[in-house]
Design a protein around this ligand. Sequence first.
Ligand SMILES: [Zn+2]
Length: 161
Amino acid sequence: MENYIKSRSRPSWDEYFLLLASVISLRSIDGETQVGALVVDKHKRIISTGYNGFPPGFPDDDLPNLRPHKYPFMVHAETNAIISCRQNLEEASLFCTLSPCENCAKIIITAGIKNVTFSAYYESWSVTEDLFLRAGVKFKHIPVSPLTKFSPWLDSLSHSK
Ligand SMILES: [Zn+2]
């Protein structure tokens, strides 16, 4: 009997959550770097999502979304995902399209998140790596974006109806 799932490679859990983070990043209004993040509990249930953008109520059209003028206004994806969460984040995992900056790293550590997975390196990774090592946060870099790996299959979805 034909097995549909076996006809393509099924995403691993890490790939699945990074794929979703890529989709979440589509909502970002940042003019240069669209970042998506999500938080997952220890049972692999998604408990929060976030993307980089202005604080709620700030008009998207009236503020700068390019460097360096965006910096005072932009809230990072990881911070948004953590702030939006309404439950305890002890033992939770965070998935992000980009490695967290040092400010988000401190928020991740303070929130009690113990695992971070990302698909690309942000420029200040060495500072974040030092913070994570000191705090015992495990991190994983998956270099090939799952969006690239699964894009042929995602393309086929749009033709299947
Ligand atoms: Zn950040």
